[in-house]
Design a protein around this ligand. Sequence first.
Ligand SMILES: [Zn+2]
Length: 132
Amino acid sequence: MTDERLDLWIAYFVNLRNVLKLSEWRIILEDKLPDNPDCGAAVQTLYGRRVASVRLCYGWDDLGPERQRLYATHELLHLYFTPIQSVMDRAKECFGDQAELAASYHMEQMEYAIDGLAEAIAPLLPLPEDTE
Ligand SMILES: [Zn+2]
């Protein structure tokens, strides 16, 4: 993705971040693909910092504005769940295999929750202005 396109998308993510009342988070847009090729986008947070690193899928520019908005909303909503995820990460550190299954189930349920919230909230948020 060109620097110009990255600048456009970071501006869009920052705008959505502010609308979603997540302005304490710094958003970084990485020029890398998500580890999972099935994901439209992915977000990672840095331990102990309110910094979120976002990656966009191959072909992001061609997804269309509604899907881009939905995926962007989904990734940003993950930030509300970061503290809860940290608890599960700690449990895995403390209890190892015993917590692994619970952590896996927790992650799956969290994705369902975030996906449902994103579907409900995204239509209320601004679309990307320029996706050409
Ligand atoms: Zn997700």
